[in-house]
Write a protein that binds this ligand. Structure first.
Ligand code: SF4
Ligand code: F3S
Ligand code: FES
Length: 232
């Protein structure tokens, strides 16, 4: 079928403002939006700029605003969207060019929450043991691929760009509830800050946007409850 693909284009070196361009693209039944972007770039306009790597929903590099909702271009099939598809960069981030945004602020927040295992106890002869139930406690949040679809669809982040945002909280959750980790208190302190969990208004956009179907809001609420529990 033929698809009208509208793409918000912006080259800061040439354009005064972003503008829409439409491309008529042939799509097969199994095509994903990423295939259409490749068709445009390879056969119509080589200057079109977007990020992608794995093409299998793993690397998280091709989150875009597709028909009004944040999704991975490599995961969403054209037939799920119909013959008119519009694509814009994920919101609330500086646009570098076309669909590429500057992710540095996003990753700076990620680094803020200490997204690594902390345990200074002597290393055991074998692995640090963990029960099945203990592992299950943070299983959901291990699946995050840092695509930023959640944070960039969050109205609280749009209103207050310094909000750490759902992705950073999900990453903190993954370690806070890991029984082998010893820095939960430090992370809870960071997330109890003005730009931490209190900025969440339980809008649930993050849950809708997450391509890994992580219960993002649930993770935020668990972290919030852990912060409250420290003072009760
Ligand atoms: Fe992407 Fe989901 Fe991780 Fe947010 S929680 S960064 S939407 S994978
Ligand atoms: Fe934002 Fe998700 Fe909370 S969209 S307001 S972080 S529930
Ligand atoms: Fe890797 Fe889409 S290209 S997630």
């Amino acid at each position: 079928m033929q698809v009208d693909l509208r793409i918000l284009r912006y080259d800061p070196e040439r354009d005064a403002a972003p503008h829409w361009e439409t491309y008529a693209v042939e799509a097969g039944p199994m095509d994903r939006v990423l295939n259409l972007l490749h068709t445009v770039k390879n056969t119509m306009d080589g200057t079109l700029t977007f990020r992608r790597s794995c093409a299998h929903g793993i690397c998280g590099s091709d989150a875009m605003l597709i028909n009004g909702r944040n999704r991975l271009a490599c995961k969403i099939r054209v037939e799920q969207l119909g013959r008119r598809i519009s694509i814009a960069p994920i919101g609330g981030m500086p646009v570098v060019k076309d669909l590429v945004v500057d992710m540095e602020g996003f990753f700076a927040k990620y680094r803020t929450v200490m997204p690594f295992l902390v345990n200074d106890a002597p290393v055991p002869e074998r692995e640090r043991r963990q029960s099945v139930a203990d592992r299950e406690r943070f299983d959901d949040t291990t699946r995050c691929i840092l695509c930023a679809a959640c944070t960039t669809s969050c109205p609280s982040f749009w209103a207050r760009p310094t909000y750490l945002g759902p992705a950073a909280i999900v990453q903190a959750h993954r370690f806070i509830f890991d029984s082998r980790d010893t820095a939960a208190e430090d992370r809870l302190e960071i997330l109890a800050d003005d730009d931490g969990v209190w900025r969440c208004r339980t809008t649930f956009n993050c849950v809708t946007a997450c391509p890994r179907e992580i219960n993002v809001t649930g993770a935020i609420l668990e972290v919030t409850r852990a912060i409250v529990a420290r003072h009760s």
